[in-house]
Design a protein around this ligand. Structure first.
Ligand code: PRP
Length: 212
């Protein structure tokens, strides 16, 4: 049987993604147990599920090493890969935003220093605005940059807003809305059309149930 491989981003989306697949009728009970295993077979469905670091999911899907991926729109925007984004999975909702100190004259500044883990998203956003920026790449705890004086503002994920608040920062401008997405390799979409389409339909039905 032709196998379809699905990559799931590890981290904050993983539990939701695995539950969604399970509720869609794929037996993911093995994945729901605590384990360090990365590859899981669902032989009765001809499926394989692979757990990957979120940033690697678009790469694996683009190269066709896996056929389908579940990953956040944040990762997709930053990676900018050639793949089909077929479904908004409606979980993992948050946004990209510009944030900084309350008293920053953000709209009057001719040049901004911006710290972010998402340098591609940041450069694109400010280029489209025609705003002059210097972008400084960060690996995490980005909120520190304006506090410590490394940057004027940050571009980061805001979910509850708690991290910004607890560090004395506010949202200055929204950049993009984010949620988990189902993506498909462009070749697999044609060569494994029947199985991939059936999978999309099963997942889509499950999302619709949750919407009602
Ligand atoms: C993300 C983001 C913020 C926080 C926002 O960090 O970078 O720090 O979540 O969430 P909130 O609005 O609900 O407070 P993450 O936990 O992914 O870790 P990071 O610092 O490594 O980016």
């Amino acid at each position: 049987m032709e196998k379809v491989k699905i990559a799931v981003a590890k981290g904050r989306l993983a539990d939701y993604a695995i539950n969604l697949l399970h509720e869609s009728g794929l037996d993911c009970s093995e994945l729901q147990k605590p384990s360090r295993k990365l590859v899981f077979e669902i032989p009765e469905e001809g499926l394989e599920i692979i757990l990957l670091k979120a940033a690697d999911v678009p790469t694996y899907v683009e190269h066709g090493v896996v056929d389908v991926g579940i990953v956040g729109k944040d990762t997709l925007l930053e990676a900018d890969k050639q793949l089909y984004e077929v479904l908004d999975l409606k979980f993992g909702k948050c946004k990209f935003a510009v944030a900084g100190k309350v008293d920053l004259p953000y709209n009057k500044m001719k040049h901004l220093t911006v710290a972010s883990k998402y340098t591609n998203v940041t450069k694109k956003f400010f280029a489209e605005k025609g705003q002059s920026v210097e972008v400084i790449k960060q690996e995490g705890s980005v909120e520190l940059a304006p506090i410590m004086g490394l940057a004027d503002v940050i571009v980061d994920i805001v979910e509850t807003g708690k991290t910004l608040k607890e560090n004395g920062l506010i949202v200055l401008e929204d950049v993009a809305q984010i949620s988990a997405r189902l993506v498909v390799n462009k070749v697999s979409f044609k060569t494994k059309k029947k199985k991939v389409t059936a999978l999309i339909e099963r997942i889509s039905k499950e999302i619709d149930k949750g919407e009602k």
